[in-house]
Design a protein around this ligand. Structure first.
Ligand code: GAL
Length: 690
């Protein structure tokens, strides 16, 4: 994977050499989706002038332009886009050019309604919005690839072309398609996975409920059924659906690589909120740099969630820099109530992404639309025009990003704690017909993350593809799917000195969603030195007291200790499990393996965590007064070690004892950094350069 540093023929910002107001050298990218086709020609000149004023260095163009570029099956109209590309080139603003395949035009869906996706209950998703295409439709694929080829041939030599943007948010609206095309492709995918029908029948446990398949043609996607569809069929359909979109990504990318081998290719992921359909760790190798879109979902943990998502993107990108392709300057339009951001949020939200490895800060979109479904979604230039607080904040951020140029291209420095995030476990743990339908995989992981933030302890979100040994403590919340190889890896991790922490409903099934027999937590039973014969899920609103004063919700286990090396840290104080272990820790080799059998929530975890971190020698790097109020993240490269200090509160927070030069932020005497409400400071420590 390459970073944005390698954008073709240009510096990190993609601006053509010699025409960059900031001078030469790498720097952070600043920009937006730019949709000039929504505006008359006169507005384009003003756009480009304002972009320069704001410090914009790159825009993503043509994302939803298919209908304009190809007005009918036999006509092409590139003239307007040629003009836009030339205009941007003249202004020194680079282009991340979309392949424009995200929203098929009406002529195509009229001629070929068989490309429209179908839901589990047989409803067709009609045109009229966007992304109404089946990932497995051969007809859609042929038309989309024809467009990609035309785009690539047309702009292959255009000097402003810095990167390719495949489609847009693949799977945002169409990840699960249950059509006949999907059924055919699903069978092919299953043949590759299992080879034989016997293999499939075994994996899907079809001896249950008379589901045995005698021919591949009998297999269907999990369409709406009379009761719970087969769980392994459901899990495989999730895996298949993610792979089907990845195939589409590959197909577009192959054409781009053939025609423009030097132009990096990306596609924008959606690591945010509950978006779970795409297994991004498996997609990351398919592109030249990882991009992500993020929107704040208002709630008590909203900025923790932003940090969590950015951190997870960094994990998916293997710690290398990545590209924030979209976020919002202020309100969105798709929540029940769409509040504007408060002063300072725009900069703080942006810089939090940079703290976690983003080398680009881009927005949806440049100019707020006057018409269409997103006309009330904020943009860099709002309806009020450039004479607005918002545009002034946008311009100020452009200046800040220029000041942060030395950060461009740096990697994340491994944190003492890793949090393992696993798509298979996410998908499988939340399926139906389980002990509890209230389990929320992402929320559990986020709670651990929030608790670490409350303690001021740095943590990295990591995937199973990462080198887990880089972290002294590894927290694996609800690691439900544990194939034998992963159980071995985690055992090795703990035996070699790592401190593993896992939770309820972990280790329970293998990759086929078959239960590991002999007692829970199945594959991790020996490593953890505990055994549960039964789960004890709790009703919504129900809680059980623990003997350390905290309360467990959601889940309990009928747990016994099976190994003399297992210590009971916390017991249930009431409820059916009263007196039984709730939290345990087994010393193993140089490390340990701890088990938390209930949901403790942010407060309970904040209280418990020091007991799990202390034995590993892990604590906060912040002065005591700043813990919980300030988040730290560290990036590192040849130009230095960059410490980001992010004020999590609405008050002023002094952070004492800081070393290094302030690139951004306000310093006080004696190494004190003074963070205003929601402010971010960045220190550069040269002595620690790599
Ligand atoms: C994204 C999408 C953009 C825009 C934005 C609004 O999902 O890629 O085109 O719709 O959301 O928040």
């Amino acid at each position: 994977m390459i970073s944005t540093l390698h954008l073709r023929r240009r510096g990190a910002d993609g601006a053509p050499a010699g025409d960059d107001p900031a001078g030469p050298g790498p720097r952070l990218v600043y920009g937006a989706d730019y949709n000039p086709e929504q505006w008359p020609r006169e507005v384009w000149e003003e756009d480009v002038r304002l972009m320069r004023e704001a410090g914009v260095t790159l825009v993503s163009v043509a994302i939803f332009s298919w209908a304009r570029l190809q007005p009918s099956a036999t006509e092409w109209d590139f003239g307007w886009l040629d003009e836009v590309m030339d205009l941007l080139h003249g202004a020194g603003i680079a282009v991340d050019l979309a392949t424009a395949t995200a929203s098929p035009p009406p002529w195509l869906t009229t001629a070929h309604p068989e490309i429209l996706p179908v839901t589990a209950d047989g409803t067709t998703l009609w045109p009229g919005a966007r992304q109404h295409w089946r990932p497995t439709s051969p007809v859609f694929r042929a038309h989309a690839l024809r467009l990609v080829r035309e785009m690539a041939l047309r702009y292959r030599d255009h000097p402003v072309l810095a990167a390719w943007h495949v489609n847009n948010e693949l799977g945002c609206h169409n990840v699960y398609d249950h059509s006949d095309d999907a059924a055919r492709a699903f069978r092919e995918w299953l043949r590759v996975r299992y080879g034989t029908l016997e293999g499939l029948n075994h994996a899907w446990g079809t001896a249950f409920w008379s589901q045995r398949y005698g021919a591949w043609e009998e297999i269907l996607p999990p369409r709406r059924a009379a009761s719970h569809p087969n769980p392994t069929q459901q899990l495989d359909f999730k895996r298949f659906s993610s792979d089907a979109l990845r195939d589409h990504l590959r197909a577009e990318r192959e054409i781009l690589r053939e025609i423009t081998p030097d132009v990096p290719v990306t596609t924008n992921f959606m690591v945010m909120g509950g978006t779970r359909g795409m297994n991004y760790p498996e997609w990351a190798d398919e592109i030249d740099f990882v991009s992500n879109d993020h929107y704040v979902h208002p709630g008590p943990q909203d900025r923790d969630e932003l940090s969590f998502s950015a951190n997870l993107v960094s994990g998916i990108a293997g710690g290398r820099p990545w590209f924030l392709m979209e976020h919002s300057t202020s309100a969105v339009n798709w929540q029940p109530v769409n509040a504007a951001k408060r002063p300072g949020d725009l900069a703080r939200d942006s810089l939090l992404h940079v703290a976690h490895g983003a080398d680009a800060v881009c927005f949806f979109q440049w100019r707020q639309s006057a018409a269409g479904a997103e006309k009330y979604h904020s943009a860099m230039v709002p309806h009020a025009g450039p004479d607005s607080e918002l545009f002034r904040a946008v311009t100020a951020l452009g200046t800040t990003l220029r000041e942060l140029a030395p950060v461009a291209g740096t990697d994340r420095e491994a944190a003492p704690v890793g949090i393992l995030y696993d798509w298979d476990s996410w998908w499988a743990a939340e399926q139906d017909s389980h002990p509890s339908s209230l389990l929320d995989y992402r929320q559990e992981a986020l709670d651990w993350y929030s608790a670490l933030l409350a303690l001021g302890v740095r943590a990295d979100l990591v995937t199973t593809r990462a080198d887990l040994s880089r972290h002294r403590v590894l927290i694996a919340p609800v690691l439900h799917v544990v194939p034998a190889a992963l159980a071995k890896e985690l055992t090795r991790y703990a035996e070699q000195g790592g401190h593993l922490v896992t939770t309820y409903f972990s280790g329970v099934v293998d990759e086929n969603d078959h239960v590991w027999l002999g007692g829970y937590p199945g594959a991790l039973r020996e490593l953890l030195g505990v055994r549960a014969e039964e789960f004890g899920p709790l009703a919504a609103g129900e809680g059980v007291a623990l003997d350390d004063g905290t309360t467990g919700t959601l889940w309990t286990d009928r747990l016994t200790v099976t190994d003399p090396a297992t210590e009971v840290l916390v017991r249930y104080a009431d409820g059916v499990q009263a007196g039984r272990p709730a939290v345990t820790r087994r010393a193993t080799g140089g490390g340990a393996a701890a088990y938390v059998s209930t949901r403790l929530g942010v407060d309970g975890l904040t209280r418990l965590l020091p007991r799990l971190l202390d034995p590993a020698g892990v604590g906060s790097e912040l002065p005591e007064a700043a813990r919980g109020r300030v988040e730290t993240a560290v990036r590192r490269g040849p130009g230095g070690r960059f410490v980001f200090l992010v004020n999590r509160t609405d008050g002023t927070v002094p952070v004492t004892g800081q070393r290094g030069d302030l690139l951004v932020g306000t310093g006080g005497p004696d190494g004190t950094v003074v963070l205003g409400p929601r402010e971010v400071a960045v220190l550069r420590q040269l002595a620690d350069a790599r």
